[in-house]
Each structure stands twice: as C-alpha cells, then as structure tokens.
Design a protein around this ligand. Structure first.
Ligand SMILES: Nc1ncnc2c1ncn2[C@@H]1O[C@H](COP(=O)(O)OP(=O)(O)OP(=O)(O)O)[C@@H](O)[C@H]1O
Ligand SMILES: Nc1ncnc2c1ncn2[C@@H]1O[C@H](COP(=O)(O)OP(=O)(O)OP(=O)(O)O)[C@@H](O)[C@H]1O
Ligand SMILES: [Mg+2]
Ligand SMILES: [Mg+2]
Lengths: 259, 259
C-alpha cells in the first residue's frame, strides 16, 4: 500500500483538486483507493456531498480514540463517494479543536500513521488532503505518508510560500528521523501570462530535483466537476486538466517502480 | 478610525488580494492606513518583501505582550510598505504556535482589540488579513473589527464553505455579545463560465442582505502586481480588477456614512 499526503500552507493552490483528481484516476484504473480529509474546513468532504458540520463519524474519531488510548477500526469511518473503488474518511469541524487540545491529549502525532497501517490490506492507495496551516494535522500527515505532494500555483506569492514551507517540513522530518520525500507540482499554469512562465522557471531553478517536469493547466472543468460532485476523471476524461493529472500519476507510479 | 477584517476559512479566495487592494486605494485617496497580517503563512508580509521566517518584530509580539501582561506600543511594530500612507504590521511564523499556547496564555482573545484602540489617533483605517483557519487568530480579528469582509470565489465548494463559516462566526459573535456585521464579496468572477454565473445566483438567493451587489472579476494583473510588490491600484490603476475594488470601497464608505 502507498500513502501520499497533499499539502501546502498556502491556500487555494489545488490541494483538494489534486487529491480528488488522482483518487478518481486510481479508482478508474482499478486500484482500491481511500481518501482521508483532515482539513477542518472539509472541502473534499463537501465535494462528495457530506456536511463536515453534521457528521458524527469522521476522521476526528481517529484522534479522539488515539488520545483516549481506545481501539478503533478506521474501516468503521469509511463513507462511499459514488465512484466505484473510491472511499472517503470525511472531515468534521471538530478537527479544528485538535491544535488547542494537543497539549492535553498525548501521543496524537502518530494517529494517521497507525490508521493507515490498520488498513494496509484493504487499500492499494491512501491519499490525505491537508488543511492550509501548519499544525498537529499536517504533522500527522507528514509522519504517515511515503511521499508528500505539494501543489504550487505558478505565481509569485505561492512560490515564496513554498520556500518557507519546505524549510519547516525539513525540520519536522528531521525531528522524526527520516528524510522528506516530496514532489512539487506546478498548478494553475496559464502559458499566456508572463507571471506563470516566469514562476515556472523560478521553480525549475530552485527546486529542480523535486519538481515534476509537467504542469497542471488552468481548466474551468475542475470547478464544473466539483459542482457535479464527481472526480474530474469521471466527469470529463478528455479535459486537459485531467490529461495533465494522468501524466502526473504515470510519473508517480514510475518513481515507485524505480525505488 | 474604522477596522475591517478580511477572512474566510476557505483558502485562496482573495483575502490577501482584497486587503492589499483596499489598503492601496485608501492610501491613494489620502487616508492613513495600517495593514495587519495575522496569517502565520504571511502572504501579505511576503507581498511587501518581508520574510515571515526572519522577522523579529511582528504581530506575534502583540500576543506575547498580552499573554505576559506587559505593555507594548503597537506603533513600534509598524513597517513601511513603499506606498505613501500605507503601513504594515507583518506576520511571523511564530503566530502558528498561538493556538497550542492559548490554553496557557490567558486573555489572548482581545489582543487585537487593544492594539487597534491604541492606534486610533494615528490611522483612519486598519485592515486585518486573516489565515484560512478558525482559531484564536481569526476570533481575535472578529472581536476587533467593525465589519467583516468575506471574499468568496464564485464556485461550488467555496459557497458551501461560506454557509459553514457564517454558522461558526455567528456563534462566536453571540458569545461576545454583539451582532456580526459582515459583507460577502464575490471574487474570481468569470462571466463566461456557467459555474460563476450559477454560483452568483446562489449567493444572491441565500445571502441577499449581506452580499455586495458587484463582483471582482478574474484579472491576471493581480498576480503581476504581487510580483512587483506594489498594491494593485499603484501597479495599474486602470486594471478592471482595481476598478471593481474602487466600486467596493465606495460602497463600504457609503455604508459607513449611512450608519
Ligand atoms: N488547474 C486548475 N484550473 C482551474 N481551476 C482550478 C485548478 N485547480 C483548482 N482549481 C479550482 O480552484 C479552487 C481552489 O482549489 P482547491 O480547493 O483544490 O485548492 P486547495 O489548495 O485545496 O484550497 P484550500 O487551501 O482551501 O484547501 C477550486 O474552485 C478548484 O476547482
Ligand atoms: N480576482 C482575481 N483574479 C485573478 N487572480 C486573483 C484574483 N484574486 C486573487 N487572485 C490571485 O489568486 C491567488 C490567491 O489569492 P490570495 O492569496 O489573495 O488568496 P487568499 O484567500 O489570501 O489565500 P490564503 O488562503 O492562502 O490566505 C493570488 O495569486 C492572487 O494574485
Ligand atoms: Mg483543500
Ligand atoms: Mg491570504
């Protein structure tokens, strides 16, 4: 089983879109795929028409059980997404309280690591959609994943934020005793604008070894897919944004085989 | 003096862009304007070429002083922005630790309220740029502001997030004993896409009384302005995005006069 976390402290760069696009493709290609939404704002959960305000059964239960040292089978939290082969452990707003509680509830740091281990015979891939903030939730995802995927909008502010985030992540990884394996994914690429082209060459200069050699183009079909509540690949397999995520997924699987 | 906070738990909807656009216009129109960045990720701070990782003097000092009950003059934290009449209290990454500390440091909730009171003779407007997460920082901004501005992308996921956020904000305001005065601002509007047009009519149906009757259109000049480190109005006063923010600011000032 392979675990990928999708994270960036900058908001609105395409974290949820990347999670649901790769998830939909993996399911379409026949892999048993689990999505876990740990963003208290719950975009991925809303995407599949669940309400993070009203859910009793959510990812929060994993942290609660870990804090109280009670056993809990993660499979009991799984919800269907309407797409064959694609399951979801949704978010709830109570996840937002975890940072404040992390002083009291000991040992929260490995909650997701334990949860994904418990389902390793049930799924081929687990994708974790993260909130745009550095805290106990993001650190959990870092500890649990085999590889970190970092979508970055091809524009100035997002690139500056990337340096900072990588600086923090490397510190966190070092304190956990393992090197951080990450891939930067340029998103919202619009070849007509100078801002996009210039940002891409800055990324190539500064992050060459960890940068995917493709781009996810601007594509309005992503917004339409979310309105329809279907992963982009299932909504419109020929959309240019979906074709770009196919190329990304082929690269990610190629890297796995080379390991 | 007038205090506006700009917030939305959804990431990447144009919070920082709205703060810097309105701030640049207010300064150009001759108002003494202070921007406060309380997003630990520090997009507004990076916008003006400061590094949230390396800053010793930042908004964090306000919370530290409040927690330790030590006096601190907020004017000692002010940095220039390069635009006449526009000042900045920048963010630093240490703001991210406040949620975890809020258990230990008592009375953090009114930090910003006290800070803006202390500068009321020095500025005409204070604008607060918030992080995309519900926590002690956002609650501080709610308590300190006269009005809350909520940028919302005209697309499905962002609209679902808005309902949830308003639900939470109303609860917070109630616990503080005052009604929440807010304005929803449609951003990233692209009249060519059905997703934008449909989302706007959903907003009109569900939030009529608190919805600005204009829209901020999609405009690539915003990304270019951030690359140049200048507020959009100073970068290109005739850009259609700037013209939309002018219409918004005129409405906000009209509402103030009507109060
Ligand atoms: N390549 C793209 N082209 C056009 N629109 C896109 C693209 N990627 C994402 N979007 C749209 O941009 C918006 C933000 O994307 P998304 O919600 O995936 O970002 P995020 O990083 O998960 O945000 P948050 O920080 O709130 O978690 C959504 O409306 C989505 O449909
Ligand atoms: N109306 C618009 N048209 C086109 N681009 C825009 C518009 N508004 C904002 N942008 C661009 O979208 C990106 C995200 O905007 P911004 O950083 O202001 O969002 P935010 O809500 O502050 O994000 P965060 O959640 O990270 O704080 C920036 O690159 C900005 O230049
Ligand atoms: Mg998201
Ligand atoms: Mg911002």
């Amino acid at each position: 089983m392979t675990v990928w976390a999708v994270a960036n402290q900058k908001g609105g760069v395409g974290k949820t879109t990347t999670t649901v696009s790769l998830g939909g493709l993996l399911a379409a290609w026949g892999y048993r795929t689990l999505l876990i939404d740990i963003d208290p704002h719950g975009s991925l959960t809303s995407y599949f028409r669940y309400d993070p305000d009203a859910l009793d059964v959510s990812a929060y239960a994993l942290f609660e059980a870990q804090g109280q040292k009670k056993p809990l089978d993660p499979l009991s939290l799984v919800h269907p997404t309407g797409t064959q082969g694609l399951d979801l452990i949704p978010a709830s707003v109570s996840l937002a309280t975890l940072d404040r509680q992390s002083g009291q509830l000991q040992g929260l740091g490995l909650t997701l690591t334990n949860a994904v281990k418990a389902v390793r015979d049930d799924y081929d891939y687990v994708l974790i959609d993260c909130p745009p903030v550095l805290g106990v939730l993001l650190i959990n995802a870092l500890a649990a994943c085999d590889r970190l995927l970092i979508p970055v909008q091809t524009e100035f502010l997002a690139i500056k934020g990337l340096e900072r985030m990588l600086h923090t992540l490397k510190m966190v990884a070092r304190s956990k005793g393992h090197a951080l394996d990450y891939l930067v994914i340029p998103t919202y690429y619009d070849k007509r604008t100078r801002a996009s082209r210039e940002s891409l060459s800055v990324l190539q200069r500064n992050h060459g070894g960890h940068l995917w050699d493709g781009v996810i183009p601007v594509d309005t079909r992503f917004r339409e897919a979310s309105r329809a509540g279907m992963p982009p690949a299932q909504y419109d397999a020929r959309a240019r944004g979906v074709e770009a995520y196919i190329a990304l997924l082929e690269q990610l699987q190629q890297d796995q085989r080379n390991k």
